[in-house]
Design a protein around this ligand. Sequence first.
Ligand SMILES: Nc1ncnc2c1ncn2[C@@H]1O[C@H](COP(=O)(O)OP(=O)(O)OP(=O)(O)O)[C@@H](O)[C@H]1O
Ligand SMILES: [Mg+2]
Length: 365
Amino acid sequence: MDGDKKLTKEAVLEALRQVHDPDLGRDIVSLGFVSLEDIALCGDQVKVSITLTTPACPVREEMRRQAQEAILALPGVASVEVEMKANVRPTGFRGPRPVAGVRNLIAVASNKGGVGKSTVAVNLALALRNYGARVGLLDADLTGPNVPTMLGLPPGFQADKGLSIVERYGLRAVSLGFLLPPGTAVIWRGPLIGTGIRQLLHDIPWGEEGELDYLVVDLPPGTSDASMSLAQDATVTGVVIVTTPNAVSVEDALKAVSFFEKLHVPILGAIENMSYFICPHCGGRVDIFGHGLVEKVCQEVGIDYLGAIPLDPKVREGADRGVPILEAEPDSPVSQVIMAIAQKVAAKVSIQHFLAQEPPSQQKD
Ligand SMILES: Nc1ncnc2c1ncn2[C@@H]1O[C@H](COP(=O)(O)OP(=O)(O)OP(=O)(O)O)[C@@H](O)[C@H]1O
Ligand SMILES: [Mg+2]
């Protein structure tokens, strides 16, 4: 060790200023990911713990490597141990009314029916759970709830005892379908839907067993009552738009984008679902609904393209038998695609936290 220059925690912290979060565009010290209390020195050995804003951080390992390099470059350092932790930050108080016990609310929408909103919502929630986040799933499709079946819970199983949160696959889930026996139609006009959504958001004790990092909300098709109530009654961190690659679906998705933008709800990005099909017989790729339009349109309208989920029979089978693909085959190629999308969503959510802290004049959304 350098005799006259003693290694200090301050020097280590200063070195860590070289590590930048690429999504937030600032160094990890000024972002508050690490401070002097997180640094331990023992002779020429350094231990640091860095707390990211999501366990699903896509650049976690890259940041660990950069931190190690920056500290090792200091004189007098022989070894470095960097522990990466996560503490999901809440969106903040931008928007109408935060949902108690929920740090971030992610809505999944499309406008068009049948493009895979519920499938994406369920598997996105499970992917975030796989990274170690505490996740809830709210089925906001009050008249056509599919979450019970997709989670393998018999519709109507709570008919006698009343609606409550169900722990399933590590998610805290709620659906009106838990109350309704199979085949029962809910015939509600707009105001009743609005009341229903409000109650599901604010009367359910989402945080009673610890705050949720993310509440994923599966919206019904269309942009009317449920979406409107959600945007007006809750602080929505952002919306994930799901669309198939065909022009009519993209056209509808764009209406959803414009709808949420008018309601000042940030758009986290768009997913191209049923993007392509890998033939199980020949391994060849077939672009059933076309391919590439979603990414192009995202660029045109200035929203993030989050990725493409293939059309895979296992996704449909998993949904129908109540074991979603992320649960049934977490290592399958399609699950890996969804895990990567979840990282992008989580990164976008973290950005919203920091945007909400900026003075209103500097906010972009
Ligand atoms: N990537 C995929 N590969 C194979 N099947 C899929 C995929 N995505 C969705 N599906 C299937 O397509 C059907 C429609 O999906 P889903 O119910 O998730 O759509 P939705 O947009 O929620 O529909 P709705 O508008 O009725 O709420 C389901 O049977 C689902 O299992
Ligand atoms: Mg649905």
